[in-house]
Design a binder for this molecule. Structure first.
Ligand code: CTP
Ligand code: MG
Length: 168
């Protein structure tokens, strides 16, 4: 169980850090998709994207030194995995925004799949680097259930301490 929580560290750091690290140029450079709506919207910035990847990789890198996980062949692979988990998290987050814009939900508005899309994409990105034991049904269900519960809670907290303007 502890191993499952430790595994999630780079994903959660990568997903939460853009709130403080983001700003500046939009990831879609302000451009619209074919439907005339923004590709990702104003909530996704280049700095948030790169900063999130960096923060998640850094956190996962530190973890790989102090806590080698049995889901990876060795600590080096775990470090590489931290990068792909972070990259997957931010790509999944942007993909979620892409979907929101396509179905006409504005930036910052609530969207239930926001709570777990980033996790699914992160798991897909780490697939080539992890041992099969990571993807046991119990583990995957644990990741999804915990994330769907934690995501709204941490967002509400970020809103309370003034980091986010909305509580989701
Ligand atoms: N953020 C960022 N760059 C990213 C992701 C997030 O700068 N790649 C910052 C933005 O300031 C964003 C905040 O983190 O407003 C919260 O992120 P999120 O809830 O994912 O974005 P929303 O503003 O809700 O936009 P969307 O509807 O597109 O999800
Ligand atoms: Mg949001």
């Amino acid at each position: 169980m502890l191993e499952l929580l430790i595994f999630l560290i780079p994903i959660y750091i990568a997903n939460s850090s853009p709130v403080v690290l983001g700003g500046g140029v939009a990831l879609d450079l302000g451009k619209n998709f074919f439907d005339g709506k923004r590709i990702f919207g104003k909530g996704k910035t280049l700095r948030g994207f790169l900063g999130g990847i960096l923060a998640g990789t850094l956190a996962g890198g530190i973890v790989s030194f102090i806590y080698p996980l049995r889901f990876f062949a060795d600590p080096q692979t775990q470090l590489i995995a931290a990068f792909f988990l972070s990259l997957g998290t931010l790509c999944g987050d942007a993909f979620g925004s892409f979907l929101k814009r396509r179905i006409g939900i504005e930036s910052g508005k609530q969207f239930m799949p926001d709570t777990f899309i980033f996790l699914i994409v992160a798991l897909a990105f780490v697939f080539p680097f992890a041992l099969p034991s990571l993807f046991e049904l119990f583990n995957v269900l644990f990741f999804i259930v915990l994330t769907v519960i934690l995501h709204p809670l941490t967002n509400a907290l970020a809103n309370k301490i003034g980091l986010k303007s909305v509580p989701w």
